[in-house]
Design a protein around this ligand. Structure first.
Ligand code: NAD
Length: 369
């Protein structure tokens, strides 16, 4: 019997629609090759939605997402909407409400540097002759960004501002389970990043990770203070397999990881909600980068981050791991064949400069083999 899935496609702004075309072409080929279907409902989001209906996240878009197994997201934002009030802007007005509505508490960002692209990494090439592959699991809905009280007050004639870093055991438990589960499917090493030498919330974090680890005896657990983790990531990124951390630390470390991986155009991300009985998650999948207005409309954006977002969606939300593996392999094959969009191209022998469309085509060709 054919397996049928439903997704909502939110291409958004800037390069979003351009790279989404390639991602959906790749999805079509994967469907045909592995015998499943994916119904897509395309909806408005971000600046495109502001222009069309006056708000960045229309009700119809949320309703469509409610009915789907997953959301495939492009990117939102751009100079045209930067002068709107913060809550009406594409990113704040669409991404945050979507995360909240669906309880997307786990952000997975793979930081993969393929061996052929290690020259694009600012890490010394002799340290990463075979590239690296780290997965950062960041808690996305708690911690200091959302903790209360937060605000400003007058104190002893001075102006004071404050935020609250708060984590409950249940919040830590659920993000750790996502991370341990991800580690089980990889090299079974998990590094928990905290600041337990200074922060109470990190002491609870560490205690909870250790407790959860008892349910995953095959995974080797280590702990690292966040300042050390920031250093080790640039010193020896190959020493990490999966990293799990809170919202603030994860925000910073996942961007550091994106930087050392070489190009934002290569990196997908997944934001996941509660695990279902089937073992799958409802999730939103999107490139780690933004709408790249500097190159939008030129047909030169790298579609790989969007294509790998499809592969993560197949793996975590649709239960089509074989198709996901095949897409990952096809991306690697296209890179190994020398295809390079502008963000990766160095002019070295063996490289072919590719447009967005040509890169998509090379990946499709590899997938069809
Ligand atoms: P950006 O990630 O859009 O671009 C940073 C740099 O990376 C640019 O030079 C860009 O050309 C390059 N880049 C990004 N993706 C690329 C790709 N696929 N191929 C080739 N090069 C790529 O970040 P920014 O310039 O700070 O933000 C631009 C807009 O995107 C802003 O409006 C911002 O608010 C928005 N934004 C949206 C999201 C999102 O939708 N999730 C995330 C970050 C930023």
């Amino acid at each position: 019997m054919t397996r049928n899935h439903n997704i909502t496609v939110l291409a958004g702004d800037g390069i979003g629609p351009e790279v989404m075309i390639q991602a959906l072409r790749v999805l079509d080929v994967a469907c045909a090759k592995f015998g499943f279907t994916v119904q897509r409902e395309r909806c408005l989001v971000g600046g495109a939605a502001i222009d069309a209906v006056g708000c960045p996240l229309p009700k119809e878009t949320v309703e469509a997402c409610d009915k789907a197994d997953a959301i495939l997201f492009g990117s939102v934002g751009g100079p045209k909407w930067e002068n709107l009030a913060p809550d009406e802007q594409p990113e704040r007005g669409a991404l945050l409400p979507l995360r909240k509505h669906f309880g997307l508490f786990a952000n997975l960002r793979p930081g993969v540097c393929l061996p052929e692209l290690s020259h694009a990494s600012p890490v010394k090439n002799e340290l990463i002759p075979n590239g690296f592959d780290v997965l950062c699991v960041r808690e996305l809905t708690g911690g200091i960004y959302f903790g209360t009280p937060k605000g400003r007050k007058e104190e002893n004639g001075d102006n004071v501002a404050f935020d609250t870093m708060v984590y409950s055991k249940s919040e830590i438990d659920r993000i750790c389970r996502v991370a341990f589960t991800a580690a089980m499917a990889r090299d079974k090493c998990l590094c928990s990043v905290d600041k337990a030498n200074v922060l109470q919330s990190s002491v609870l974090w560490r205690e909870t990770v250790i407790e959860v680890s008892k349910d995953f005896p095959e995974v080797e657990l280590s702990h690292m203070y966040v300042d050390n983790a920031a250093m080790q990531l640039v010193k020896q990124p190959t020493s990490f397999d999966v990293m799990v951390t809170g919202n603030l630390f994860g925000d910073i470390l996942s961007d550091e990881m994106a930087m050392i991986a070489g190009s934002l155009g290569m990196l997908p991300s997944a934001s996941l909600g509660q695990r279902k009985e089937s073992g799958l998650y409802f999730g939103m999948y999107e490139p780690s980068g933004g709408s790249a207005p500097d190159i939008a409309g030129q047909g030169i954006a790298n579609p790989i981050a969007q294509i790998l977002s499809v592969s993560m969606m197949l793996r975590y939300s649709l239960g089509e791991a074989e198709a996901a593996d095949a897409i990952d392999a096809a991306v690697n094959a296209a890179i190994a064949s020398g295809m390079r969009t502008g963000d990766l191209y160095t002019g070295e022998e063996g490289e072919t400069k590719a447009t967005t469309d040509e890169m998509g085509e090379a990946i499709i060709t590899a997938l069809q083999l």
